[in-house]
Design a protein around this ligand. Sequence first.
Ligand code: BG6
Length: 478
Amino acid sequence: MTRYPFPKGFLWGGATAANQIEGGYNEGNKGLNIADVLPGGKARYEFLVKPGFDFEIHPDQYFYPNHEAIDFYHRYKEDIALFAEMGFKAFRMSIAWTRIFPNGNEVEPNQEGLEFYDRVFEELHKYGIEPVVTISHYEMPLYLVKEYGGWRNREVVTFFERYVNTIFTRYKDKVKNWMTFNEINSGLVMPINGLGFSIQTEDDKYQPTFQAYHHQFLGSAIAVKACHEIIPGSQIGCMILFAPVYAFDSNPQNVMHALREEQLFNYFCGDVQVRGEYPAFIKRYFKEHNIELDIQDGDLELLKEGTVDYVGFSYYMSRTEKKVKLDEESSEGNIIGGIRNPFLEASDWGWEIDPEGLRISLNKLYDRYQKPLFIVENGLGAYDKVEEDGSINDDYRIDYLREHIKAMGEAIEDGVELMGYTSWGCIDMVSMSTGEFSKRYGYVYVDKHDDGSGTLERKKKKSFYWYKDVIESNGEKL
Ligand code: BG6
């Protein structure tokens, strides 16, 4: 037994996103979204980070894993029963905007979509599991991408406002805990997912990206205000991809470089959403990159009025930076870049494993914002093997999670206010960055493979029983 001071009511659970679990991509009048046009395999990551993606489906060339995903759309009862068996207090999920507004710009919502989430929330409540709902998780309606240019277009703010008002009104008795945009800062490296457009040349990257961010910040502030008005007792947070940045060594040039990278990537969006204003450091960045935001009357007041209640973040890895890097030093695979850290090992996909970095992140975020924190994603993507007797012995995953939970315990001792922990991919699903099924995070195994084959049967892994004990003992039994 390890004794860590997890508070009473700590939200233990798991996290998912609609596009990665639901499938049923053309059922129930759902419209297409970004995830529906992203293929599986190597091409996907290239499309996400490189210019020129066409947002079309090419069935003869690629396989589209999100179309069926793990079929949560039809199997949610079975899956929620498994989460309940583990003792989940919270389940993080997202609503697919295109189930509610198939194109994104309709005036009337789609009833079938609304009813689907009614059923899911009711099923969660049946077991006393609190839904934690992300409003937008890499699922922007494709129509808004193609016809409006994604978040670059200010009109999208109005469509988003209609969407949030609709879901808050509909689910006000069923959902009290919300989050605005998943990993909002990821748009700086993967604009397609986060901002709904593909950069065409390096040069046009700055102005459109930050204008799109300005619109998203308005959307976030509108959502926060509406949530508070429509749902008494609700909480709504931001969601940041947080990877603490380390300087490679004590050379002050490297330390300054690491600080700049941290400010831009880790803090820029959170500063606006939590403090309600653009931070000082970004003004110099805007000047240096000739960025002039179109900020209209009332915008800055709105940002100030719509600050979030808590800071949600994902944590998978840290990042090590040096001002001048050699190619061979690059940390191949670490999704947000940097150079290799000689003190860390990496996952099979090159993501550097750093539990202490989670304690560092929690301290940094709490020092900066003094708001409750919520770890809404963390986990190990790994290959799993089903043994002949059907068991799946994922001790490597248990080790990873145990060390991260200990780091959380230490941070709580440090004085950090932590609301909960919903580890990523509590059930195997489509990988966001690679479109693979073989990059598995779950406590529950799903028989589905990279070529689309598989029965979709669910099996409990060893980590399923381990996590059940962790929750039951409120983090004492690790
Ligand atoms: C986060 C995303 O970046 O990481 C999730 O919010 C994603 O959508 C998760 O699935 C893990 O990344 P991947 O690429 O391994 O699925």
